[in-house]
Design a protein around this ligand. Structure first.
Ligand code: GLN
Length: 190
């Protein structure tokens, strides 16, 4: 299985290591020409969504990536990646890929809770060590969205068809279960 890891900015290398540990071959994507047909799935890592969105736009990647996701290419977005996938941001004018029917609040935990770690109960997985870094959360999810986890009443993991998104960073924990769930989605399609 070939996984395309967006490597424009942010925490992408940890995703690569997690996917490789699960037997996937990884390709880093920075340029339009690297986003090819042979990919079985893609990952949008955490980082700064404004920077990533700008680079995707400048590189001409927004449209082809949006079309591929709409065509069923499995995608996993973490943190900033969730923001890129969201149909709407409640505290920001921007929309990037806009493929997932969720309304997301950026930097939703404020300054005091800029970064924290807690246990999240993820549907189908169980208790999972969730690392949040200036994280967003999902304020509203559409009818077609399966809520996979909530922390303090806020949605922090969700799936809609071929799209998986977490507000936290499973790639920073060494726990591969969320990536394994995603690999299952990708293999199911491949
Ligand atoms: N605060 C970042 C943003 O709004 C997301 C943080 C992260 O990806 N860890 O894009």
């Amino acid at each position: 299985m070939k996984a395309g890891i967006f490597a424009l900015q942010g925490a992408f290398i940890e995703h690569e290591h997690a996917m490789q540990a699960l037997g996937a071959d990884c390709v880093e994507i920075r340029r339009r020409a690297q986003f090819t047909d042979g990919l079985d799935c893609i990952i949008l890592p955490g980082g700064e969504s404004t920077v990533q969105g700008k680079l995707l736009r400048e590189e001409g990647l927004l449209e082809p990536v949006r079309a591929a996701i709409m065509g069923g290419l499995p995608v996993f977005g973490t943190c900033a990646g969730l923001i890129l996938l969201a149909r709407e941001l409640s505290n920001d004018e921007n929309v990037y890929l806009g493929t997932m029917d969720v309304c997301v609040r950026r930097n939703a935990y404020g300054r005091q809770l800029g970064s924290f770690r807690c246990d999240a109960d993820i549907k189908g997985i169980g208790s999972f060590p969730a690392v949040f870094i200036r994280a967003p959360y999902i304020e509203q999810a559409g009818a077609g969205v399966d809520v996979l986890a909530a922390v303090n009443g806020k949605i922090v993991a969700a799936r809609q068809g071929n799209m998986l998104a977490t507000a936290f960073h499973p790639e920073l924990t060494g726990d591969l279960r969320v990536h394994a769930l995603f690999c299952g989605m990708a293999r199911g399609r491949a």
